[in-house]
Design a protein around this ligand. Structure first.
Ligand SMILES: Nc1ncnc2c1ncn2[C@@H]1O[C@H](COP(=O)(O)OP(=O)(O)OP(=O)(O)O)[C@@H](O)[C@H]1O
Ligand SMILES: [Mg+2]
Length: 387
């Protein structure tokens, strides 16, 4: 390409970028607060320099963790505000404007149980997303990681987190202007603020990442144990896939077990396969997280387990909606709860208990998911980084 026309093209791109940024920035007051919304900072474009300083050059000591899309760093802005910066691995030369437009869409999604997006940075090859910093990190660190023994998650907090995160997901699914399927509900994507309120993170993330084999492989590996069978096998994403993953999360929250537990070097067990037989025999007390040391409300625990299992069943048409889930978790209305307890999923299936060689239709479908997962390769731990 001729030097002059390349220059003109670059200039035009720069001009469009500036025009687009000013368009996105309108509606934001000078102090970065959304007009008329006290205490709720609007999003904005950050410079790389600012984030570089905030994170002390993406210093390893500030690294909070690493996921399938890149690393997350804690940072402090010049005004003292704490932030979390997700530095994306660069998959392709996704256009800056396209990336910015998608972030803008996500930034508009605001709810008390969704992680607040503060802005983004696209400079050169860098793609960074800036979030509110969550001082209590993710559910993973409290259930399975460094904080699990201390058990900051008493039963009341767990119930709050369950209902709060369901409300965040319901906002994504049923908000009138947007219907967002999360696709990656899991313990590391439920962050906890200073009051241990749940903030669901990484919603709509699939929008930011270009389609491609690397992405698909990473996601499937990164979320094993939470994937609805129809999503794992056919790639069909829908709201009910999120409900399935949420069911797994509820079982984790109640029991403190991981979505997939390693029983020994070669055998792994999915949480549903552990929980369903126990629930059918009404052995709920035995299912409580030992870190709770017996301090839990039995009727709540029973409800959390039953709702978890009804969500995480293989047939999507039998799963509740996330709005039903909220009602069920709150124990309202009584009729719904009664139906739940009498659901055929929880009828004692002696064949299932007595003989592992006899399977129900549901089990067979689940087995084929496991086979499919085996085909995809070794099960990866979903947690990386400082948890
Ligand atoms: N806003 C935040 N505040 C505090 N910690 C965070 C924040 N965002 C992420 N983290 C921490 O960084 C870790 C890595 O997050 P990240 O989203 O990159 O990976 P992941 O959730 O494990 O996997 P995935 O890439 O599939 O979402 C999380 O487990 C969490 O502990
Ligand atoms: Mg995440």
């Amino acid at each position: 390409m001729e030097e002059g026309s390349r220059y003109r093209e670059q200039e035009e791109r720069r001009r469009r970028r500036m025009a687009f940024r000013s368009l996105l920035c309108c509606g934001t007051s000078r102090d970065g607060k959304e007009p008329g919304k006290k205490g709720s900072p609007a999003w904005r474009v950050f410079s790389l320099q600012e984030l570089y300083i905030a994170t002390n050059k993406f210093n390893y000591d500030n690294k909070l963790g690493e996921g399938g899309f890149g690393s997350v760093y804690r940072g402090r802005l010049y005004d003292g505000t704490q932030i979390a910066v997700k530095r994306l691995k660069v998959w392709s030369n996704r256009a800056e404007m396209e990336f910015a437009a998608e972030v803008e869409v996500l930034a508009k999604v605001r709810h008390k149980n969704l992680l607040n997006l503060r802005g983004y940075c696209t400079e050169g090859k860098e793609r960074l997303i800036v979030y509110d910093y969550m001082p209590n990190l993710s559910l993973v660190s409290h259930l399975h990681g460094q904080h699990s023994q201390a058990c900051a998650l008493d039963w009341k907090r767990r119930m709050n987190i369950a209902i709060g995160s369901a409300e965040g997901i319901a906002y994504l699914h049923h908000h009138d202007t947007q219907h967002i399927i999360h696709r990656d509900i899991k313990a590391s994507n439920v962050l906890l603020d200073s009051k241990f309120q749940a903030r669901v993170s990484d919603f709509g993330f699939a929008r930011l990442i270009p389609d491609g084999a690397t992405h698909v492989t990473t996601r499937v590996k990164g979320t094993l144990g939470y994937l609805a069978p129809e999503y794992a096998m056919l790639g069909k994403a829908s709201e009910s896939c999120d409900v399935y993953s949420f069911g797994i999360l509820l079982l984790e929250l109640a029991s403190g077990k991981k979505a997939i537990e390693k029983l020994n070097l070669t055998v792994k067990q999915r949480i549903v396969d552990w929980a369903l037989p126990l629930a059918r025999q009404k052995r709920f007390k035995e299912m409580a997280d030992p870190n709770l040391k017996g301090n839990f409300v039995e009727s709540d625990l029973r409800r959390m387990v039953l709702v978890g299992l009804i969500c995480a069943q293989s047939k999507p048409e039998n799963r509740p909606t996330i709005l039903d889930v909220i009602d069920l978790l709150k124990g309202e209305p009584k009729g719904k709860l009664f139906d739940l307890e009498n659901n055929e999923l929880f009828r004692v299936n002696f064949g299932h208990i007595l003989s592992s060689s006899q399977h129900s239709a549901d089990d067979i479908e689940e087995d084929s998911q496991i086979n499919r997962i085996k085909e995809l390769g070794p099960l990866n731990e979903t947690v990386t980084g400082n948890t």
